[in-house]
Design a binder for this molecule. Sequence first.
Ligand code: SF4
Length: 498
Amino acid sequence: MVNLSKSKYCGLWQCPKIAWMRKYKPEELVIDEATQARMDAGNEVGDLAMGLFGDYVEVTAYNNDRIDLAQMIRNTKEEMAKGTPIICEASFDYNGLYCAVDILKKDGDGWTIYEVKSSTKDEKPIYHADVAYQKYVLEHCGVNVTGTYLVVLNNEYIFDGTLKLDELFKITDVSEEVANETGRIEYNLAIAEKILNNPEEPDIDLSPSCNDPYKCAFWNYCAKDVPSPSVFDLYRLAFKKKIEYYRKGLVAYEDLICEPKIKNEKQIRQMEYYLQDKGTYVDKEAIREFLDTLSYPLYFLDFETMMPVIPKYIGTKPYQQITFQYSLHYIEEEGGELKHKEFLAESGPDPRRSLAEQLCKDIPMNVCVTAYNKDFECSRIKELAEAFPDLSEHLLNIRDNILDLIVPFRGGYYYNKAMGGSFSIKSVLPAIFPDDPALDYHNLEGIHNGSEAMNIFPSIEFMEPEERERTRRNLLKYCELDTFAMVKVWEELIRVSK
Ligand code: SF4
């Protein structure tokens, strides 16, 4: 037999090499901001869901700050023997196959398994594989499993001031899906045994699994021999398609440029500009046409948001984007002075009303506003207008007057090879101004991107005054650079259009 945990089994299910990497090269795991946020969300949701059926006993045990599996298994046996109706983190081991059930609920002379996910979707096959594995382990430990359920967040739940767990969570009976998966478990375990008992790295190449549903945490290791840039940097190409080219040996731009199936002019330009080390491509006329759509007074707007997994403000849903900050640069007339306004809410209370009021004071109606990739700002303003009908006329007027500064880049009117396949402001800015330290996000203190801003804002309310002040300063500096970057990009467009 092989030693396997639930997460290793699921890793194996996605790609057998994940389980091998977890065992033999765990130091290669890369936990980025987004992965960490997902893990934190999972813990927060898991803790809250424990109370879903009322009083419960959690059997988690530690030894010197490390999870004590043996003790957890002993605790579980004791609680089951006592007939405890709800046991959380109920732990089992069958010949080295280990699992902890999020919620184990007594059901007559049997027990039902509830697997909690922080997602709002319950139909992912990997979730069914996860529950099927748990059922397999429990049944082999002699437990009569009478039901298998997935517990996910209900994305239609609206918080009314009192958290109602039975409404916040959606419970789905996955018995059928689990039954379909059960037949594959022995086969998967046989593969696991073969792979995990062999210290030699399995010969498993990159595949669509590497990005399903997120980029695998071992990607940097597995893709270490892929040249840079490569097919994986190509603009707007589906990951599956990239893998198809990769498998045909069409990896480096030198190879891909000859591929007749690649007809997208932006992809071709991306490769040509890199291979021929060309300067900047400028379509003056298209840029001029775009600039003609802008008018004075001209505003440059950028929002920062957070996304509470568990809704904390009345009228909001799980994972709803909550705008808490904006930066606004503006120029009142041609040749006029560049001015700046900003808003940063207090961490803790609902920031939306005060932000919406200030936004309406700072941006008059019927002025030209720019955002970079405006769908995000437009959606947030629409949500604010829905939440505060008395401000909706002004808010929707701002939204309707927003123009998108990404257009010249996404439209291919301006390109240089340093942009690679990305037209985000974080790629475009250094590509245009590679040597300006004032425009380098790396030189900012503490906060360098939207994910960091999103993660840190909710924690400010728990900080000591000095740290709080420093973090607020960092947030203001970060957001200010976002709109200052937009101004610089706009100035560059004017320069090249002449
Ligand atoms: S990067 Fe791809 S091949 Fe490597 S472990 Fe992850 S899924 Fe498997």
